[in-house]
Design a protein around this ligand. Sequence first.
Ligand code: SAM
Length: 333
Amino acid sequence: MSSDKTKHYPVMLNQILSIISPQHGGIFIDCTFGGGGYSRAILKYPNTKVYAIDRDKYTQHYANHLVKKFPKRFTFFQDKFSNLSKIIKSNLSPRAIIFDLGLSSFQLSDFQRGFSFKSKGSLNMQMGINKYSAYDVVNTLDKRNLAKIIKILGEEKDGQIIANKIVKYRSDKPVKSSEEFASIINDAKKNFNNYKKNPATKTFQAIRIFVNQELSELILGLTAATKILSDGGLLIVVSFHSLEDKIVKNFFSLYSNSDKNPSRYLPLNENKSDLFRLFLKKPLTPNKKELLENNSSRSAKLRYAIRNNSEFYYPKEFQKKFENYLTIEETRL
Ligand SMILES: C[S@@+](CC[C@H](N)C(=O)[O-])C[C@H]1O[C@@H](n2cnc3c(N)ncnc32)[C@H](O)[C@@H]1O
């Protein structure tokens, strides 16, 4: 979901509705409730039930409206979607499980939460249910790990230069606001011109991902969703940056019919059968009309797959492939 001037735009909603066909009824799991755009649209169809999750306690307010309106058809959990298989009963057979990753427009536009470059509020960046804030990370993490996080989770080649600047700055006084943090990064990158985006974009992405352990959440969330889905159930993911999309793409390709033996010359380290049927290898993207109405949807990519009747097994090969991200996000302060 994104907003231009506080208007609420659930990203790629029409495409999602045409994939899940809520007119036929059924149970749907909205793993990233946000402002409730998807849940609300599904609940408009009479024979549907929605279980929604969001880690952000501020989304409870929007959820309460839906609980009041649809007490028998809507249930909300303030939790992380990595806990999906603990929250949802295994015999529910949902028609679809949907992830719309990243930040909501409400989170981004609330300057107190520190997600924006312009935020004079504290350097926080917590989505909810976190171990530490961006303030803790930026002001206490050692230089080597700071550079590593910025390089890998931000795909920022100047990670070392930026980490050096941060450590020099904080030896004098702590970095307090997100605006102050952005200006330190801009200073570190001042000799490199020609930016299409704010030069602090990648570093902000890295710190935000680390604070919220977003890639581990995605890896564990996809695994849990696969466990819950039964034959014919849809797994749908809307992602917003290349690291997220890489994880989703690899997951579907490793465990679906389209890519039986990806590395022909290497022995497979798990005796795997397919878990999904996959029809599209390429992601869907917002149409022209949506791009015109909501420019912030421009980087959205939607991928989906259909669960087959194979028994669930733990996707070891997938976890191994992205072990690096899981390990980085476990770095202690
Ligand atoms: C892009 S918004 C979703 C917008 C929603 N589709 C709508 O139409 O209003 C993403 C939401 O997912 C939540 N979120 C992100 N990571 C999460 C996680 N690991 N567990 C639970 N919620 C998460 C965020 O707090 C945010 O509210």
